[in-house]
Ligand binder design. Structure first.
Ligand SMILES: *Cc1c(COP(=O)(O)O)cnc(C)c1O
Length: 407
């Protein structure tokens, strides 16, 4: 495994973990420093008052937004990043504000996160939009050659928006995001990229560097190992003024009186991503994310990525064919998400529950509701702190639980 020393440090920073944690794609294990920073902030709220504590955290929160900008896209700064409740709320806020003509066409993929797809369907119903699948290969990756050839209903020059998750939740595949972003840039089609499952485990900024990604949504708790209840969105500064105001409130917009205008005035969005601000928020959780980001940057994002990829590959080699479970993706997929399809008659949700209760092992069960292309599977997602020994323990636990009758 690459960077064994980094792995040891991240494990030591989590020495309270009482489970075999192979579930970063659901929620990465947080370090003690992330927990302590939150507790310290809550204590400061109690002693200094909540707003005083927030002022004291301002620099750290600004540093967190800058760190996110740096990980996403070389043209972004911290001023282009807004905290949000989660990736889903960031996605719906952006989509509500996104300029789309009546009858407009949105390019999506079969692996879209079901929640995002619901928001897209609702907007499509409201505004008569058409959702069209981009061409994909049999494994679910976008077919860049067919997209470049540009014929058929998903021809880029007929689209008004392209959106997809760089890494879907339900399968270990990584989209060729940089290539797609470059095509979108050339075709002048805005792209909204969901990095909830990719930021922290692949090089998102490679796509950002093409200049073809207009906006991003992501979350704290997965591969960034931050707290729950925080997400973020980011918009390129040369695009943000094309967006409307998703939820006009005192946090996001102001009223400009104009006696001759219909209604006596007009709504003016706050500048930049300020129009997406969530005024009231768990500031302690944002402070925790700031610490998690600092740890990620300090570890070296490249080293984190290399170790996660290697662990994903090791997990696939170790787990394929254990008790009849089979890999749901290529052995060499460069993702830390590993999926296992069950032997016939075995229910992944039941196995997941038993792994947790009987074996103290954390993983996730995937079912068909997660995405249009989802199939029942167990999802295993090791992170920097994971070891080959964890994978062995998982394999042995999976063997026992699959072959032994439920108690
Ligand atoms: C988890 C996930 C989301 C949603 O993130 P939340 O922070 O839970 O809203 C969106 N897209 C993908 C691909 C995800 O895996």
């Amino acid at each position: 495994m690459p960077s064994p020393e980094l792995g040891r440090r991240w494990r030591a920073a989590r020495d309270g973990l009482a489970v075999v944690h192979l579930d970063a794609a659901a929620a990465g294990a947080t370090s003690q420093a992330v927990v302590d920073a939150q507790a310290t902030h809550l204590a400061a709220e109690a002693t200094l008052g909540s707003y005083g504590a927030q002022e004291g955290a301002a620099e750290r929160l600004a540093a967190a937004r800058s760190a996110l900008a740096g990980l996403l896209d070389p043209t972004l700064t911290g001023a282009d990043v807004a905290f949000h409740h989660c990736a889903t709320s960031g996605f719906t806020a952006l989509l509500d504000a996104w300029p789309l003509p009546p009858g407009g066409r949105v390019g999506i993929v079969p692996s879209d996160f079901s929640s995002n797809l619901l928001a897209l369907r609702a907007r499509a119903l409201r505004d008569g939009l058409e959702l069209v699948d981009l061409p994909v290969l049999p494994d679910g990756r976008i077919d860049v050659d067919r997209l470049r050839q540009g014929d058929g209903p998903a021809a880029l020059d007929r689209l008004d928006l392209v959106t997809f998750p760089e890494i879907p939740s339900q399968r270990g595949l990584v989209q060729p995001t940089a290539a797609v972003a470059a095509l979108c840039r050339d075709a002048e089609v805005p792209m909204l990229l969901d990095v909830a499952q990719s930021l922290g485990q692949v090089d998102v900024a490679a796509a950002g560097a093409t200049g073809g990604v207009s906006a991003y949504v992501g979350t704290s708790r997965k591969w960034l190992c931050g707290p729950r209840g925080v997400g973020f969105l980011a918009v390129r500064p040369d695009f943000v003024d094309r967006l409307g105001v998703p939820a006009p409130t005192g946090y996001t917009a102001r009223w400009e009186p104009d006696p001759v205008a219909p209604g006596g005035g007009r709504l003016v969005a706050f500048g930049g991503v300020g129009r997406f601000d969530v005024g009231e928020a768990p500031v302690a959780a944002r402070v925790g994310l700031a610490v998690a980001l600092a740890e990620h940057v300090e570890a070296g994002p490249e080293r984190v990525r290399a170790r996660v990829q290697a662990l994903g590959g090791a997990a696939r080699r170790r787990l394929d064919a254990v008790a009849g479970w089979r890999l749901g993706e290529d052995l060499d997929s460069p993702s830390g998400i590993v999926t296992l399809r069950p032997p016939s008659g075995v229910d992944p949700a039941a196995v997941r529950g038993r792994l947790q209760r009987e074996e103290n092992v954390l993983a996730t069960a995937i079912d068909e509701t997660r995405a249009r292309d989802a199939v029942p599977a167990l999802r295993v997602s090791p992170h920097v702190y994971s070891t080959l020994a964890d994978l062995d323990r998982f394999a042995e636990a999976l063997e026992r639980v699959t072959t032994r009758p439920a108690p």
